[in-house]
Design a protein around this ligand. Structure first.
Ligand code: PGA
Length: 254
């Protein structure tokens, strides 16, 4: 099986002004240049929509790739307040986070996520599909079914062209922003479940295109417990990506 390198994705959410985003981007760029970081590690930063243009300028000609936090599946149309995945591509995004739990909480369905995954692939962006159970779902013993469902429905009828990839982020919703990540045993078991659901959704094809990453209170002290697992290839980082030192420390500690 082909193994991708580790990937670290920063999700800045709606936490920064344009000025703060520029500042943070510059500082990350500097620290990445100063530190010796394995050149094979993929680094992706996902600012909010209005910060994208400025941050793209700062990361131009660096090893840091740009991603978006969401995108609409239609290319154009009467969708007030939305931004198309096509536009994100034009702005220089190579990745797009889709189906984050904070968007699902606002009403995003598996059907919408599925359309977005297909549109991302149509425009050659790598989708970062987020899946994960809430505390309620877990308490009721439904974690497995929720995750299988989100992977299966999110990837229904998806086909990949040569060289395209899918990243699936396992993010237990109850752990996001809590400061307390899950343990390695649970992360690796869940990654196996995600892998099987991916195989089922894609009829056993494109297995080598899949990378599974972990998200939920990742910090410099716990990153290694996830990336040392053979079925987890990196992390989606929220809070700890908002300080350049901490974010770069995570990357160094992989
Ligand atoms: P966190 O967020 O690292 O702050 O827990 C992760 C995410 O929501 O993607």
């Amino acid at each position: 099986m082909k193994q991708f390198n580790n990937i670290v994705v920063a999700n800045w959410k709606m936490q920064l002004s344009v000025a703060e985003a520029k500042e943070l981007a510059k500082s990350i760029k500097e620290l990445i240049n100063q530190n010796h970081i394995d050149s094979k590690i993929e680094i992706v930063v996902c600012p909010d929509f209005v910060d994208l243009t400025e941050v793209a300028k700062i990361f131009k000609d660096t090893r840091i790739a740009l991603g978006a936090q969401d995108g609409h599946y239609e290319d154009v149309g009467q969708f007030t307040g939305e931004i198309s995945i096509k536009e994100l591509k034009d702005l220089g995004c190579e990745y797009v986070i889709l189906g984050h739990s904070e968007r699902r909480a606002l009403g995003e369905t598996d059907g919408m996520v599925n359309k977005k995954v297909k549109t991302a692939l149509k425009h050659n962006l790598t989708p970062i599909l987020c899946v994960g159970e809430t505390f309620e779902e877990r308490k009721e013993g439904n974690k497995g079914i929720v995750i299988m469902h989100e992977v299966y429905e999110g990837l229904k009828d998806v086909t990949l062209k040569k060289g395209q990839r899918i990243i699936i982020a396992y993010e237990p919703v109850w752990v996001i922003g809590s400061g307390q990540a899950i343990n390695a045993a649970e992360a690796t078991d869940t990654a196996s479940l995600i892998r099987q659901s991916y195989v089922d959704a894609l009829n056993g094809q494109h297995l080598s295109a899949l990378s599974i990453i972990y998200g939920g209170s990742v910090d410099p002290s716990n990153i290694r417990q996830f990336t040392s697992l053979n079925n987890i290839k990196g992390a989606l980082v929220g809070g700890a990506s908002l300080k350049s030192n901490t974010f770069v420390e995570i990357i160094k500690n992989i």
